[in-house]
Design a protein around this ligand. Structure first.
Ligand SMILES: CC(=O)[C@@H](O)[C@H](O)COP(=O)(O)O
Ligand SMILES: NCC(=O)COP(=O)(O)O
Length: 251
């Protein structure tokens, strides 16, 4: 069954706007779980602009939900991951001035260093995922460093979809889907798990959920935005319904 990891960063973004205690991302995680989320994703950024260390600690202590910890490949973050032991750690590139993640991790360029990071996480029993662009060279490098999972960056697809007026049949959209499909085939061929995420929403999710062998989609901004109006459980339920319908897995 295709799975949904709900990213709750932007519940914390709202809280940090006032530096107060609400809304609580841990509460959001429980609501998302009750709505059918298979896991929770948080990005503990080096600048701590939204999720805080204490949020991740409480998530581990108070909930049973599977955790995907997105993090920069730094010593500080590896130390935190090794203490918290999330079910999965995803290595992402980080820029202080970016509004959100702007591209995939360049695994090819940092192979030796990243191999060490994956090894340290593996020694702590943590599965490593890498957030990469839909490029075969990056997939192959991910396999060489020992990553067990690749999450393909769906941002370029989402932009193409939006720019084409949500026309999933336009040439630019089909070209982006083909890149993700080919990367997914390479990932699976090398024995890794094929995940995808970034900027997916209620309009553009189905062509990605339909791809052969895709295991998990990680979606945050769109679900939290919908939840403002419909509540978290309903927002998650609807996203899962769309994913399962597209994957031919019933509702
Ligand atoms: C790696 C990725 O695709 C995103 O989840 C990103 O990490 C989200 O970070 P923000 O929530 O800070 O936009
Ligand atoms: N890794 C992608 C993710 O966690 C959610 O990204 P977004 O839906 O907030 O763009």
């Amino acid at each position: 069954m295709i799975e949904l990891g709900v990213n709750i960063d932007h519940v914390a973004t709202l809280r940090q706007a006032r530096r107060t205690w609400e809304p609580d991302p841990v509460w959001a995680a429980v609501e998302a779980h009750l709505g059918g989320a298979d896991g929770i994703t948080v990005h503990l950024r080096e600048d701590r602009r939204h999720i805080q260390d204490e949020d991740v600690r409480r998530l581990r202590e108070l909930t049973q939900v599977k955790l995907n910890l997105e993090m920069a490949a730094t010593d500080e973050m590896v130390g935190i991951a090794c203490r918290l032991k999330p079910e999965m750690a995803m290595l992402v590139p980080e820029g202080r001035h970016e509004v959100t993640t702007e591209g995939g991790l360049d695994v090819v360029a940092q192979e030796e260093r990243l191999k060490g990071v994956v090894g340290r996480l593996a020694d702590a029993g943590i599965v490593t995922s890498v957030f990469i662009d839909a490029e075969i060279a990056q997939v192959e490098a991910a396999a060489r460093i020992g990553a067990r999972v690749c999450e393909i960056h769906t941002g370029p697809y989402a932009h193409a979809f939006h720019n084409a007026g949500r026309d999933g049949e336009s040439a630019s959209v089909l070209a982006e889907i083909a890149k993700i499909r080919d990367a997914g085939e390479a990932i699976r061929g090398l024995g890794m798990r094929f995940n995808a995420g970034h900027a997916l929403n209620y309009y553009n999710v189905q062509p990605i959920a339909r791809l052969a062998g895709v295991r998990e989609l990680h979606i945050g901004h769109a679900i939290v935005s919908r939840a403002v109006f419909s509540g978290m459980r309903e927002a998650v339920r609807e996203m899962k319904r769309l994913m399962r319908e597209a994957a031919g897995q019933g509702c």
